[in-house]
Design a protein around this ligand. Structure first.
Ligand SMILES: [Mg+2]
Length: 400
């Protein structure tokens, strides 16, 4: 039987969640950023109003303000985004038990087996989900409906906000093949440049290219991308509970304008680490190693790791370690195109506490206090939103 897969994508997710607490700003250009006080802070998300001024994710505040002097800046609240993400997935789970979160604001749903219960087709269910999420939570989603996960995802990208796009075996060539090749998932700037060297500029070019030759050019990735383009990809939707626990938690950004100097680099690292720490706490896991990856404008990457004496899920410790690694390995006069902070060697938070007790029994109680504090901050931020609490890190640019 032909599968019916939905891909649901929350529109301008972080900005939309922040605006729930600021209805008076609905029509203003609004951006969410790591540090509203610093002109070197980095834009993390923006609403449609800010988009209209050309404000881009991952640029610095001063770059955004040049384009949009009236831009309203709100600080990020990662725990709150995780809470809303859970609530939205709860809505999806009323319609199928096959819900696979792909990121904090995107999920795949396999509704093949449950459509008949709701006496509708894929498009009907997608429209119903959009209405329900809007009415229940005040957030909008774009939904793609298709026969595989990749085309469903492309459908949710096709039209937004608050829209449904159906990609069928009959229309996928007309709708998707004219799109640039980097509109395909997992085709980054580097792969797109390689492909353009072979005259492959659109998804259609990729689909028509000789499969064996693609494998010669890109290795295994060549075969995967060819399957995506011709519509033969057929991976199952795997519910969250059945996915193995993550081996690492990473967060990266490619900056539209290169970062330069410790102030901008520090703001970038703090922003990425804050989200990594929030995700670790949500998983109730700690990391034993922190890795930072820096990409220069010529697409050269360097990666450095550092093991921690004591495993952590605290933002300040992950930020501190990542910055230390960066200071040891990077010349601040060199521009940075992309940064990634990754927490590795994950272990359940409970096990980490036992290890700590064995290592240094005297420091354990104090540490527990700091952790309780950071968790309490998560709770307060989640509950009262906005700038209920701003840590010193968020108020002042880090000084490496
Ligand atoms: Mg989204």
């Amino acid at each position: 039987m032909e599968r019916v897969i939905l891909h649901c994508d929350l529109n301008s997710f972080y900005a939309s969640v922040e605006l729930l607490d600021h209805p008076e700003l609905k029509d203003a250009p609004v951006a969410v950023c790591g540090d509203p006080e610093s002109r070197h802070g980095i834009i993390l998300a923006k609403n449609e109003g800010a988009k209209a001024f050309g404000v881009k994710t991952a640029e610095t505040i001063w770059q955004a303000r040049k384009k949009c002097p009236g831009l309203v800046l709100l600080p990020a609240h990662h725990e709150k985004y995780h809470r809303y993400s859970r609530l939205v997935n709860d809505v999806y789970e009323r319609y199928t038990d096959l819900v696979e979160p792909f990121s904090i604001d995107e999920s795949w749903l396999d509704v093949t087996g449950s459509l008949h219960l709701f006496r509708t087709d894929g498009k009907g269910l997608a429209d119903r989900l959009r209405r329900e999420v809007r009415e229940a939570l005040g957030l909008t989603i774009s939904v793609g409906v298709s026969f595989n996960k990749i085309f469903a995802k492309m459908g949710s990208d096709y039209k937004k906000p608050d829209a449904t796009t159906v990609i069928t075996r009959e229309n996928f060539q007309a709708l998707l093949w004219p799109l640039p090749v980097d509109a395909l998932i997992f085709v980054g700037a580097a792969a797109a440049r390689t492909l353009s060297g072979y005259g492959i500029r659109t998804i259609g070019d990729l689909a028509r290219f000789d499969r064996a030759a693609l494998i010669t050019i890109l290795g295994k990735q060549g075969a995967v991308l060819h399957d995506y383009a011709v519509g033969t990809e057929c991976a199952p939707v795997i519910p969250a509970g059945e996915l193995p626990p993550p081996k690492s938690v990473g967060n990266g950004l490619t900056f539209p304008k290169n970062l330069l100097g410790w102030e901008e680099l520090g703001a970038g690292v703090a922003l990425l680490s804050d989200e990594v720490a929030a995700r670790l706490r949500r998983l109730d896991m700690k990391c034993g190693t922190v890795q930072i990856t820096v990409r220069d404008p010529a697409f050269h990457d360097i990666s450095r790791q550092k093991g921690l004496e004591i495993p952590t899920y605290l933002a300040r410790e992950i930020t501190g370690t990542a910055l230390k690694l960066l200071r040891q390995s990077w010349n601040p006069r060199s521009p940075v195109r992309a940064l990634t902070v990754t927490a590795q060697n994950l272990l359940p938070a409970g096990e980490a506490v036992e290890q700590l007790d064995l290592l240094s029994p005297q420091s354990a109680p104090r540490r527990e206090k700091v952790e309780r504090l950071e968790r309490a901050v998560d709770g307060i931020r989640g509950k009262y939103g906005k700038d209920a609490i701003l840590s010193a890190r968020l108020k002042k640019p880090p000084s490496p």
